[in-house]
Design a protein around this ligand. Structure first.
Ligand code: FE2
Length: 265
Protein backbone atom coordinates (compact mmCIF):
# COMPACT_ATOMS: atom_id res chain seq x y z
CA UNK A 1 0.00 0.00 0.00
CA UNK A 2 1.44 3.37 -0.92
CA UNK A 3 1.78 6.28 1.46
CA UNK A 4 -1.02 8.05 -0.39
CA UNK A 5 -3.32 5.05 -0.03
CA UNK A 6 -2.63 5.01 3.68
CA UNK A 7 -3.39 8.72 3.95
CA UNK A 8 -6.61 8.23 2.02
CA UNK A 9 -7.66 5.36 4.25
CA UNK A 10 -6.99 7.31 7.44
CA UNK A 11 -8.75 10.37 6.06
CA UNK A 12 -11.75 8.19 5.29
CA UNK A 13 -11.73 6.94 8.87
CA UNK A 14 -11.55 10.50 10.22
CA UNK A 15 -14.40 11.58 7.92
CA UNK A 16 -16.57 8.83 9.37
CA UNK A 17 -15.43 9.70 12.92
CA UNK A 18 -16.54 13.30 12.73
CA UNK A 19 -19.91 12.68 11.12
CA UNK A 20 -21.29 10.39 13.82
CA UNK A 21 -21.88 10.75 17.56
CA UNK A 22 -18.94 9.82 19.80
CA UNK A 23 -18.90 6.05 20.12
CA UNK A 24 -16.49 3.72 21.95
CA UNK A 25 -16.65 1.27 19.03
CA UNK A 26 -14.61 3.59 16.86
CA UNK A 27 -11.46 3.12 18.95
CA UNK A 28 -11.24 -0.30 17.27
CA UNK A 29 -10.16 1.19 13.92
CA UNK A 30 -6.54 1.25 12.80
CA UNK A 31 -5.86 4.94 12.52
CA UNK A 32 -3.27 7.68 12.19
CA UNK A 33 -3.51 11.43 11.66
CA UNK A 34 -3.35 12.80 8.12
CA UNK A 35 -1.01 15.47 6.86
CA UNK A 36 -2.60 18.84 6.13
CA UNK A 37 0.33 21.12 5.34
CA UNK A 38 3.88 22.03 6.29
CA UNK A 39 4.82 25.33 7.93
CA UNK A 40 8.60 24.82 7.81
CA UNK A 41 9.11 27.49 5.15
CA UNK A 42 8.09 30.10 7.73
CA UNK A 43 11.15 29.39 9.87
CA UNK A 44 11.34 29.52 13.64
CA UNK A 45 8.34 30.44 15.76
CA UNK A 46 8.36 33.89 17.34
CA UNK A 47 7.96 34.17 21.10
CA UNK A 48 4.29 33.74 21.80
CA UNK A 49 2.18 33.74 24.93
CA UNK A 50 0.33 30.50 25.61
CA UNK A 51 -3.42 30.07 25.51
CA UNK A 52 -5.48 27.03 26.35
CA UNK A 53 -8.63 26.08 24.45
CA UNK A 54 -9.40 29.71 23.69
CA UNK A 55 -12.70 30.15 21.86
CA UNK A 56 -12.06 31.83 18.49
CA UNK A 57 -15.19 30.84 16.60
CA UNK A 58 -18.81 30.28 17.57
CA UNK A 59 -21.31 28.67 15.22
CA UNK A 60 -23.77 31.03 13.65
CA UNK A 61 -24.20 33.15 10.55
CA UNK A 62 -22.66 36.36 11.92
CA UNK A 63 -20.02 35.03 14.23
CA UNK A 64 -16.75 35.29 12.30
CA UNK A 65 -13.38 34.26 13.58
CA UNK A 66 -12.02 36.44 16.38
CA UNK A 67 -8.28 36.31 16.92
CA UNK A 68 -6.67 38.70 19.41
CA UNK A 69 -3.14 40.06 19.21
CA UNK A 70 -0.39 38.96 19.18
CA UNK A 71 -1.82 35.85 17.47
CA UNK A 72 -3.57 37.93 14.81
CA UNK A 73 -0.27 39.19 13.42
CA UNK A 74 1.84 36.08 13.85
CA UNK A 75 2.66 34.38 10.52
CA UNK A 76 2.77 30.85 11.96
CA UNK A 77 -0.56 31.19 13.72
CA UNK A 78 -2.19 32.77 10.68
CA UNK A 79 -0.88 30.18 8.25
CA UNK A 80 -1.77 27.36 10.63
CA UNK A 81 -5.34 28.62 10.96
CA UNK A 82 -5.77 29.35 7.25
CA UNK A 83 -4.62 25.88 6.26
CA UNK A 84 -6.64 24.13 8.95
CA UNK A 85 -9.81 26.03 8.09
CA UNK A 86 -9.30 25.38 4.41
CA UNK A 87 -9.01 21.66 5.12
CA UNK A 88 -12.00 21.78 7.44
CA UNK A 89 -14.06 23.36 4.68
CA UNK A 90 -13.62 20.22 2.61
CA UNK A 91 -13.98 17.85 5.58
CA UNK A 92 -17.18 19.41 6.96
CA UNK A 93 -18.55 22.03 4.57
CA UNK A 94 -21.20 23.11 7.10
CA UNK A 95 -18.93 23.34 10.15
CA UNK A 96 -19.59 27.07 10.54
CA UNK A 97 -23.19 26.35 11.51
CA UNK A 98 -22.43 23.59 13.97
CA UNK A 99 -18.95 23.76 15.48
CA UNK A 100 -16.95 25.87 17.89
CA UNK A 101 -13.24 26.36 17.24
CA UNK A 102 -10.74 26.53 20.11
CA UNK A 103 -7.10 27.55 19.80
CA UNK A 104 -4.28 26.30 21.99
CA UNK A 105 -0.78 27.75 21.70
CA UNK A 106 1.63 26.23 24.16
CA UNK A 107 5.23 27.43 24.15
CA UNK A 108 7.43 26.26 26.99
CA UNK A 109 10.90 25.10 27.92
CA UNK A 110 11.22 21.32 27.90
CA UNK A 111 13.74 19.61 30.16
CA UNK A 112 15.44 16.24 29.52
CA UNK A 113 13.40 13.38 30.91
CA UNK A 114 10.27 15.54 30.91
CA UNK A 115 7.49 16.21 28.46
CA UNK A 116 6.02 19.42 27.19
CA UNK A 117 2.45 18.19 27.26
CA UNK A 118 0.76 14.98 28.41
CA UNK A 119 3.21 12.12 28.45
CA UNK A 120 0.88 9.16 28.69
CA UNK A 121 -1.21 7.88 25.79
CA UNK A 122 -4.53 9.68 25.76
CA UNK A 123 -7.01 11.23 23.35
CA UNK A 124 -8.48 14.72 23.09
CA UNK A 125 -12.25 14.98 23.07
CA UNK A 126 -13.66 12.71 25.74
CA UNK A 127 -17.40 13.16 26.16
CA UNK A 128 -18.34 12.43 29.75
CA UNK A 129 -21.70 11.51 31.22
CA UNK A 130 -23.02 15.06 30.86
CA UNK A 131 -22.94 14.69 27.09
CA UNK A 132 -25.96 12.55 26.56
CA UNK A 133 -26.81 11.93 23.82
CA UNK A 134 -23.29 12.05 22.50
CA UNK A 135 -22.19 14.75 20.07
CA UNK A 136 -20.23 14.10 16.88
CA UNK A 137 -16.57 13.51 17.70
CA UNK A 138 -14.25 16.48 18.13
CA UNK A 139 -11.24 16.69 15.86
CA UNK A 140 -8.01 18.63 16.05
CA UNK A 141 -5.34 20.12 13.82
CA UNK A 142 -1.96 20.03 15.56
CA UNK A 143 1.62 21.09 14.88
CA UNK A 144 4.84 21.37 16.84
CA UNK A 145 8.22 22.79 15.95
CA UNK A 146 10.24 19.90 17.38
CA UNK A 147 9.79 16.71 19.42
CA UNK A 148 6.60 15.97 17.46
CA UNK A 149 3.67 14.27 19.14
CA UNK A 150 3.71 10.45 19.05
CA UNK A 151 0.72 8.56 17.62
CA UNK A 152 -0.36 4.95 17.99
CA UNK A 153 -2.15 3.17 15.14
CA UNK A 154 -3.13 0.21 17.35
CA UNK A 155 -6.85 -0.62 17.45
CA UNK A 156 -8.05 -0.75 21.05
CA UNK A 157 -11.24 -1.88 22.72
CA UNK A 158 -13.23 0.73 24.62
CA UNK A 159 -16.61 -0.97 24.48
CA UNK A 160 -16.45 -2.26 28.07
CA UNK A 161 -15.41 1.06 29.57
CA UNK A 162 -17.69 3.16 31.73
CA UNK A 163 -17.11 6.91 31.53
CA UNK A 164 -17.78 7.30 35.25
CA UNK A 165 -15.73 4.40 36.49
CA UNK A 166 -12.73 3.84 34.28
CA UNK A 167 -9.63 5.83 33.47
CA UNK A 168 -10.04 5.58 29.71
CA UNK A 169 -6.55 6.89 29.02
CA UNK A 170 -4.94 4.30 31.24
CA UNK A 171 -7.18 1.46 30.10
CA UNK A 172 -6.69 2.15 26.39
CA UNK A 173 -3.02 3.04 26.77
CA UNK A 174 -2.40 -0.31 28.49
CA UNK A 175 -3.69 -2.10 25.38
CA UNK A 176 -0.79 -0.68 23.36
CA UNK A 177 2.33 -2.80 23.97
CA UNK A 178 5.45 -0.87 25.02
CA UNK A 179 7.26 -1.97 21.86
CA UNK A 180 4.44 -0.99 19.50
CA UNK A 181 5.86 1.48 16.96
CA UNK A 182 4.83 5.10 17.40
CA UNK A 183 4.43 7.46 14.47
CA UNK A 184 5.50 11.09 14.38
CA UNK A 185 4.88 13.84 11.86
CA UNK A 186 7.88 15.96 10.92
CA UNK A 187 8.48 19.19 12.81
CA UNK A 188 6.24 21.97 11.45
CA UNK A 189 3.90 19.49 9.73
CA UNK A 190 0.26 20.18 10.49
CA UNK A 191 -1.81 17.03 10.90
CA UNK A 192 -5.46 16.30 11.56
CA UNK A 193 -6.61 13.73 14.10
CA UNK A 194 -9.95 12.82 15.62
CA UNK A 195 -11.03 12.23 19.20
CA UNK A 196 -10.26 8.50 18.82
CA UNK A 197 -6.56 9.02 18.10
CA UNK A 198 -4.29 7.81 20.91
CA UNK A 199 -1.27 10.06 21.24
CA UNK A 200 1.30 11.34 23.71
CA UNK A 201 3.93 14.01 24.08
CA UNK A 202 7.44 12.56 23.63
CA UNK A 203 9.87 12.42 26.54
CA UNK A 204 12.77 14.81 25.89
CA UNK A 205 16.14 13.10 25.54
CA UNK A 206 19.38 14.27 27.20
CA UNK A 207 20.09 16.73 24.38
CA UNK A 208 16.53 17.91 23.83
CA UNK A 209 16.38 20.73 26.37
CA UNK A 210 14.91 23.91 24.95
CA UNK A 211 11.82 25.71 23.87
CA UNK A 212 9.04 23.77 22.19
CA UNK A 213 6.02 25.29 20.51
CA UNK A 214 2.76 23.39 20.08
CA UNK A 215 -0.44 24.60 18.43
CA UNK A 216 -3.85 22.96 18.27
CA UNK A 217 -7.10 24.01 16.65
CA UNK A 218 -9.97 21.98 18.03
CA UNK A 219 -13.26 21.77 16.14
CA UNK A 220 -15.92 20.72 18.55
CA UNK A 221 -19.64 20.87 19.19
CA UNK A 222 -18.90 20.95 22.91
CA UNK A 223 -18.95 24.14 24.95
CA UNK A 224 -15.50 23.91 26.50
CA UNK A 225 -16.33 25.43 29.86
CA UNK A 226 -13.51 24.15 31.99
CA UNK A 227 -12.20 26.71 34.45
CA UNK A 228 -8.66 27.62 33.43
CA UNK A 229 -9.35 27.82 29.71
CA UNK A 230 -8.14 31.10 28.21
CA UNK A 231 -10.75 33.80 27.67
CA UNK A 232 -10.66 35.51 24.29
CA UNK A 233 -11.20 39.24 24.94
CA UNK A 234 -12.73 39.56 21.47
CA UNK A 235 -15.08 36.62 22.00
CA UNK A 236 -15.94 36.04 25.63
CA UNK A 237 -17.68 32.68 25.82
CA UNK A 238 -21.41 33.04 26.55
CA UNK A 239 -21.29 30.35 29.23
CA UNK A 240 -20.02 30.02 32.73
CA UNK A 241 -16.67 28.39 33.31
CA UNK A 242 -16.77 25.73 35.97
CA UNK A 243 -14.36 23.54 37.86
CA UNK A 244 -14.40 20.29 35.95
CA UNK A 245 -13.17 17.64 38.23
CA UNK A 246 -13.03 14.66 35.98
CA UNK A 247 -14.50 11.46 37.35
CA UNK A 248 -11.91 9.79 39.59
CA UNK A 249 -10.92 7.36 36.92
CA UNK A 250 -10.51 9.94 34.23
CA UNK A 251 -7.91 12.22 35.65
CA UNK A 252 -5.13 13.51 33.47
CA UNK A 253 -2.05 11.42 32.87
CA UNK A 254 0.22 11.77 35.86
CA UNK A 255 3.30 13.20 34.27
CA UNK A 256 1.74 16.10 32.41
CA UNK A 257 3.91 19.21 32.39
CA UNK A 258 2.71 22.12 34.43
CA UNK A 259 0.66 24.57 32.43
CA UNK A 260 1.58 27.11 35.13
CA UNK A 261 5.09 27.34 33.75
CA UNK A 262 3.80 28.89 30.51
CA UNK A 263 3.83 32.61 29.83
CA UNK A 264 0.13 33.05 29.35
CA UNK A 265 -1.94 35.25 27.11
FE1 FE2 B 1 -3.57 15.50 23.61
Amino acid sequence: MSFLDIQFEHLNTIMNDVRAPFSPERFSKTRLPVKVTDLSSLGTFADLPSCLDMLIYMPGPKSGLKLPQPYSCDPHVLSFLANAINFEDSLMPNWRETHYAYLTVDQRHVVPGGTHRNEGLHFDGMQGARHHPKLPACHQYVVSDRLPTEYSDKPVNATDLDENKHNWFKELGSQVPDDHPMYQANPFEVVLMSAYQLHRSPVAGPKDAGRRTFMRLDFSMKQQDRLGNTINPLMPAPWEFVERNLPAGLQEPEKSASWNSAKKF
